[in-house]
Design a protein. Structure first.
Lengths: 572, 642
């Protein structure tokens, strides 16, 4: 499902006399209509594609009307490309300021999956503007945010740009009663580890296995146990799903069987009913029961399918390796597990993910492993991944340990030459260059690996670690928890330093700080670069524990596979 | 001093510490490019002792008989006068031209070791100074000082320093250790009204210096003395340390308003204190706002997002206006047009991000620099510094009463005035300079961006001004600069072209010292060639498979020898090879070969279960004997297949 389907599906478009829909990435389909409307993201490539169509029409002497609607906003460079291609006069442009798509009661997505690669890999700042405008929009809808926290460069820039926009527009939203009391912005690169772990919460597992697109999933024939695949919207309206989405997978099956027994019992009630009761039952309850029945069978099917896939891929073994990576034990064993994983060509994405996880948790691979794993990978999946590795190195997902040390040597030499202040700056610069992960130190500082005696009770979780089978508390969520608890960054200096800084905490003086207000309990968590369902589940859990409500604004829903895919250099 | 060398540049300068050299004089026969501008006629007069310039840019030629000939700037004879009979009889030993508040004066040391002065040559009044007791040989050095209508002579004789005024001669300092050196130093260093010691510096050089001049430091408002020996230059100030330079050839020092010119036969250097703006910007690892802005602009030119980082750095400190002013100011002090341009470009770039930055300073600097660059051209040859420039541009400064000064004033100080209003009797270098400046300065266009600003830069500025500047995407092309070769290499169809492109990538990787990538690329070239052979030999597609898949396919097709060859050639790790061979054989159902293989070498990974897993357990294995190797941790579900 695409974002457009959520807003205006094909039938609505047809009602508005849309003749046919084409995808922009495929070659232009021949059409006889004399009007084209392009609804596109502002991308150079797309502009060239449009220009090609226009120019081809010009060559064949056909005259059409062309309209380009940029979403979420028009970029000057796009117009320039149109100008370069000589079609600027032939098209009319428009903007559709589409920033926010509510996927669920508490999830708002900007549907910008390209944000991650554009910003973190290519260093392209264009989407920051979009984020700032999205914040502006939220601000105008729900009143000013009382307190803003954030960490990460992008978060800081977005926040500042938003403040600037706010000042420029001089909106009269001031003095309104705020509905969202707190906002927390976070860059994805603050916590890659969480995004790289295999998800074991039901919603996350469904996303990992079937790919949830825009809040809906395509269940294939193996789930539906028919020869058709079914599109299912996954949100709070789905009564079955809303009860299991945040559960650890191990408890889902039990829940579903319980549910089916309940359902059966309700069906069974009709026995011994008189006519009137029966009429009532059919007219009022049966429909709901039928619906529930259908959903239940779908989710059971999905569970079975997941089980089948996960046992096939040595899922348990992989989870074990992941957990030991997170804890930092048996690193040698995990390394050889990854090596075997690559050798057996299990899955290019999975192998890459494990390599990255190893690198990040170990603060870079030791040179020998770095070389050998990469060689193995290239042998398995082809040399074009040399570029993939280059990308991963740039974002700091897959690095070599020695690199950091040589940098330090240069650093100390340079800093001898210059003043103290400049030396500090240079150290910072080198730090950001090397993008050290420092995961181990942060993990110790924040206690991300819960120490439990005996079995971790996944059915009755005590902390957010349950989203990773009790092995690891998601770093991103832990930071949010800590900051909200302390109402600032005080006491977290060490963590902030390890995360490379750029933290901020601002309280809006124009907003009255009234703790009795309901808004104080509402927190908008903004993930720049995407957030995973595991994180959402963890924060929902936290919200339940603390009696507050989290609302999520993310550039896109992501998971480990999406992240890796965005790093892979496509085979041309 | 004899008639001037035809090629030698001669600079005359007002020697008093506060004065400056305005119109440089030409005594050279011709300009470097050969246009004759002024030629001193064949010298037919007597022996020349000293040349000098008056405040009104006239040339004074002092002969040994005391006659002083005056020429104008273009070497046309004006008049002459004599320094009196006494001088005529005793001849001139040494002469000095000096400047007072009335005008230019001439001081003469006669052969009888007496001094004669004329404090103003336009209103000639000769004065004979009293005798210096015991002066039997010329003083080791002497100087004329003038203040408050009193003109005095300071001279060093032996170990003593004398002060000579209209009526008497008195000893000021005695027991100079190095009479020549120290005497000279004090003679120049001391303000005449209160003879206080300005500084004392002991140089390690034994010989007396050739020349000593003041070096003014406009920034720190302190003075220093530049002392020249034959091959050494020393800058001495109020400290025990000094700065030393080596002179490559015989040089002559000319003190100026903001520094010292060092002229030699082949070079012309300018020694001055580095202005603060330039220092801030060009200091190593400087984090001054101007330096960051310059860096930001450079990155912007390279289309790198770092530009934004630098800009943010400045903006965060709210120093952007300072940064722009700093860049504009520093541009003025630069002599290289390229550096000037890059600084101004940075300033104009920075200006885009400030709401209301007054444009005057920028426009004015552009105009000034254009004029300065024009007159600095070797054909004009007036290398004024930016600090000296306003003094000659602004008539109110008064000093610029010489024709050179007026020329520039006419050319630019009033751009609103009709162009080239000033008329000149003949083509003079000054006028040329003024015209050049004038030409590029359209009247009434003061507020416009400079016309000769590079078109590209203007375009960029325009781009930057657009409000969606941050939205302009980064072209993919330059992001991957040096990877580019390889990306290309992976797509084209033709193998030769691909190998060539890969070879390029390989070279680049070596250059970048990325050994790993280089090795990988090398392997890929090897693999591509091999795959082509395989494709030809077996008539099956092998190209573009990974190494693993290539070997695996070879085994599937039963080419075990070839597979073995690749295994050795590419040093495939044993584990991988066993894995792929067993799975490929199992997939093929080639149990005989599998058995053969099992006997060849001990497997690092175990056998059968994996074979079943790989082969999907579809075909039962006929040889139960192989079971022995099945490893206990093999997966459940496989165990009962057998």
């Amino acid at each position: 499902m695409s974002p457009l389907d959520r807003i205006a599906n094909v039938s609505i478009l047809k009602q508005h006399e849309v003749d046919k829909l084409y995808k922009v990435d495929s070659r232009p389909a021949l059409s006889t209509s004399d009007q084209f409307c392009f609804l596109v993201r502002p991308r150079i490539k797309t502009m060239r594609y449009i220009a090609d169509i226009v120019n081809a029409d010009k060559m064949s002497g056909r005259s059409r009307k062309y309209k380009i609607i940029f979403s979420p906003q028009k970029f000057y460079a796009c117009e320039m490309v149109l100008e370069e291609e000589g079609v600027f006069g032939d098209v009319t442009c428009d903007e559709w300021s589409f920033y926010l798509l509510p996927l669920d009661e508490d999830i708002i997505s900007m549907e910008l999956p390209e944000f991650f690669r554009d910003y973190f890999l290519e260093g392209d700042h264009r989407w920051i503007n979009s984020v700032a405008r999205a914040l502006q929009l939220l601000n105008s809808l729900y009143g000013p945010f009382g307190k803003a926290y954030g960490i990460g460069r992008c978060a800081k820039m977005s926040y500042e740009l938003w403040r600037d926009l706010e000042e420029e527009s001089e909106s009269d939203g001031q003095g309104r009663k705020p509905e969202i009391g707190n906002i927390f912005l976070m860059d994805r690169d603050m916590d890659y580890v969480t995004a790289l772990c295999s998800q074991v919460v039901y919603e996350g597992l469904v996303d990992d296995t079937f790919r949830i697109k825009c809040g809906s999933v395509d269940f294939g024939p193996d789930v539906t146990s028919s020869d058709k695949s079914i599109k299912v919207l996954l949100n709070a309206q789905d009564k079955v799903f809303s009860q299991i989405r945040n559960e650890h997978f191990s408890s889902v099956f039990g829940f579903l069987s319980q549910k089916s027994r309940n359902l059966q019992a309700q069906y069974d009630r009709r026995r011994g009913m008189d006519i009137k009761q029966m009429k009532n039952f059919v007219s009022q309850e049966l429909k709901g029961l039928k619906q529930e029945h259908r959903l239940l069978s779908l989710h059971i099917g999905a569970c079975e399918s997941i089980m089948k896939k996960k046992t096939k891929q040595d899922f348990q073994e992989m989870i074990k390796a992941e957990h030991s990576l997170l804890e930092g034990v048996d690193v040698r064993e995990s390394t050889s597990f990854i090596e075997e994983h690559i050798d057996r060509q299990v899955s290019p994405i999975e192998s890459l993910r494990l390599m990255c996880l190893l690198s990040i948790t170990e603060n870079g691979l030791i040179p020998k492993d770095y070389r050998s794993l990469k060689t193995q990978y290239l042998q398995s999946y082809g040399p074009e991944h040399l570029l993939t590795f280059h990308n991963l190195k740039r974002v700091g997902l897959l690095t070599e340990q020695a690199a950091g040390e040589t940098l330090t040597a240069v650093e100390s030499k340079v800093s001898k030459l210059v003043t103290d202040r400049a030396a500090g700056k240079i150290t910072d610069a080198f730090n950001s260059l090397a993008r050290k992960s420092n995961f181990r130190a942060i993990s110790k500082k924040l206690g991300l690996i819960p120490r439990v005696d005996g079995e971790y009770d996944l059915k009755m979780p005590r902390d957010m670690a349950y989203v990773f089978s009790g092995a690891y508390i998601p770093l991103s969520c832990k930071i949010i928890e800590q900051v909200l608890e302390r109402r600032g960054w005080l006491g977290l200096e060490e963590v902030v330093r390890l995360l490379n800084g750029n933290e901020f905490s601002v309280s809006d003086s124009t907003v009255e700080d009234n703790p009795t207000w309901e808004s104080q309990r509402v927190i908008l968590a903004v993930f720049l670069g995407g957030c995973t369902f595991s994180e959402i589940a963890a924060l929902r859990f936290l919200g339940k524990e603390r009696g507050c409500k989290f609302i999520f604004l993310t550039t896109a829903i992501t998971n480990s596979a999406r992240m890796m895919e965005s790093m892979i250099e496509a085979k041309a | 001093m004899g008639p001037p060398d035809a090629q030698l540049w001669l600079w005359a300068s007002h020697t008093s510490p506060g004065g400056m050299s305005l119109g440089p004089g030409w005594l050279r026969g011709e300009q470097p490019r050969g246009t004759l501008t002024c030629l001193l006629p064949q010298w037919k007069s007597g022996q020349l002792v000293q040349l000098g310039w008056t405040a009104s840019e006239d040339l004074l030629c002092i002969q040994d008989d005391g006659t002083v000939l005056i020429y104008n700037l273009f070497c046309e004879f004006k008049r002459h006068f004599s320094m009196g009979n006494e001088v005529l009889q005793n001849h001139v030993l040494e002469a000095k031209v000096f400047h007072t508040e009335y005008g230019t004066g001439v001081a003469i040391l006669t052969g009888a070791h007496r001094f004669s002065l004329a404090t103003n040559i336009d209103d000639l009044k000769l004065r004979r100074m009293p005798e210096v007791p015991g002066l039997q040989k010329p003083p080791s050095c002497w100087a004329v000082l003038s203040q408050d209508r009193v003109t005095i002579v300071l001279l060093a004789v032996g170990q003593e320093l004398y002060l000579l005024d209209n009526t008497s001669c008195s000893v000021v300092v005695s027991e100079l250790r190095q009479p020549a050196l120290a005497g000279a130093s004090r003679a120049i260093c001391t303000p005449p009204s209160s003879l206080e010691k300005f500084c004392e510096f002991t140089s390690s050089v034994r010989s007396p210096p050739k020349q000593m001049v003041w070096c003014l430091r406009p920034r720190s408002r302190q003075r220093a003395v530049v002392v020249a020996w034959d091959r050494q230059l020393m800058v001495v100030g109020n400290s025990t340390e000094c700065i030393q330079f080596v002179l490559d050839e015989d040089s002559y020092l000319v003190p100026e308003l903001d520094g010292v010119r060092i002229l030699s036969r082949t070079s012309h250097e300018f020694l001055h204190e580095i202005p603060e703006a330039s220092q801030e910007i060009f200091k190593i690892a400087s984090m001054a706002p101007g330096a960051l802005l310059l860096e930001a602009q450079k990155e912007y030119e390279k289309e790198s997002q770092k530009a934004d980082e630098y800009l943010r750095e400045i903006k965060d400190q709210k120093l952007l206006p300072e940064a722009v002013s700093q860049c504009i100011e520093a541009a003025g002090y630069e002599h290289e047009p390229d550096t000037q341009k890059s600084l101004l470009r940075a300033a104009s770039f920075g200006k885009c991000f400030i709401d209301k930055f007054p444009p005057e300073s920028f426009v004015r600097m552009c105009q000034d620099l254009r004029v300065l660059n024009a007159i600095r051209d070797y054909q004009i040859g007036i290398p004024l510094t930016f600090t000296q420039y306003p003094l000659c541009r602004d008539p109110a400064a008064g000093v610029g009463s010489g024709p050179g000064g007026i020329g520039v004033v006419g050319g630019l100080a009033a751009p609103e005035v009709e162009r080239r209003e000033t008329s000149w009797p003949s083509a003079t270098p000054c006028q040329e300079g003024a015209e050049r400046g004038d030409e590029s300065l359209e009247p009434r266009s003061q507020r416009q961006a400079p016309r000769e600003w590079p078109q590209a830069a203007q375009g960029r500025v325009r781009l930057a001004l657009r409000k969606d500047f941050w939205g302009c995407p980064v072209p993919a092309a330059w992001q991957r600069c040096w990877q580019g070769g390889e990306v290309a290499a992976l797509c084209p169809q033709r193998i030769e072209g691909r190998v060539g492109a890969l070879q390029n990538a390989l070279d680049e990787y070596y250059k970048a010292k990325n050994e790993f990538a280089a090795k990988a690329t090398e392997d890929q070239i090897k693999l591509l060639r091999l795959q082509r052979h395989l494709q030809e030999d077996f008539d099956k597609p092998y190209l573009d498979l990974s190494l693993h898949d290539t070997v695996s396919n070879l085994i599937l097709d039963g080419h075990h020898k070839r597979a073995e060859q690749l295994y050795r050639e590419f040093k495939i790790p044993d584990k991988r090879y066993w894995w792929l061979k067993i799975s490929a054989l199992a997939n093929r159902g080639d149990w005989e070969e599998l058995e053969k293989f099992s006997k060849s070498k001990k497997s690092p990974i175990g056998y059968l279960v994996r074979a079943f897993l790989a082969g999907g357990g579809g075909q039962p294995c006929p040889r139960v004997g192989l079971w022995g190797w099945a490893r206990p941790w093999a997966l459940p579900g496989a165990a009962h297949t057998g």
